[in-house]
Design a protein around this ligand. Structure first.
Ligand SMILES: [Zn+2]
Length: 172
């Protein structure tokens, strides 16, 4: 009984368009990690889950990660336990330092508005500008120094310095 139809699984693994939902439409914010789509980091590997089908959403660039495991992970899995097993086994072989670096790059955060957890995608972070009018009545845009990140699930934006990061040890 999904509220929305699942995004199509495309071969180029694009993230579906963000849902900009009305601020007051609480009913729709239930489209979150329990529903059809989520993207998250599991121990530094970015995983996309669409209607309980798991796939790797970013190229694996961890030194020492076995080629054979990369091959196996190029497919789509219908079990979180199985893909977790493949990843955990492969991670025993990796360069620990490089792995730690990748893990800081792919972190999860929790949206304070809807409590959904997912990948903190720094590409989504945007600059908050202040718009004023100068003495010639021209609009002037100034950087407030603030940055915000939108939530993929409820559409609310959160200031980056208020973001709550959460762990990446859980296969969702
Ligand atoms: Zn949210």
């Amino acid at each position: 009984m999904a509220l929305f139809s699942a995004p199509k699984i495309s071969s180029n693994k694009k993230v579906p368009k963000k849902r900009r939902l009305s601020r007051y439409d609480d009913g729709e914010s239930y489209f979150n990690t329990r529903g059809g789509y989520c993207i998250f980091s599991y121990k530094g590997l970015v995983i996309e889950k669409i209607q309980n089908m798991y796939s790797i959403a970013r190229q694996i660039k961890i030194k020492g990660f076995p080629e054979e495991s990369i091959q196996r992970l190029s497919g789509i899995y219908n079990s979180g336990e199985i893909i977790k097993g493949v990843i955990d086994l492969a991670l025993e072989h990796v360069d620990k330092e490089r792995h730690a670096e990748v893990r800081t790059k792919y972190k999860n955060w929790k949206c304070p508005h809807c409590n959904s957890q997912g990948l903190y995608n720094s590409q989504d972070v945007y600059i908050v500008y202040r718009y004023t009018t100068n003495e010639w009545k021209e609009e002037v845009r100034t950087d407030t120094g603030w940055r915000k990140i939108p939530c993929l699930y409820c559409g609310h934006d959160t200031l980056t310095h208020e973001v709550d990061f959460v762990g990446d040890e859980v296969m969702r």
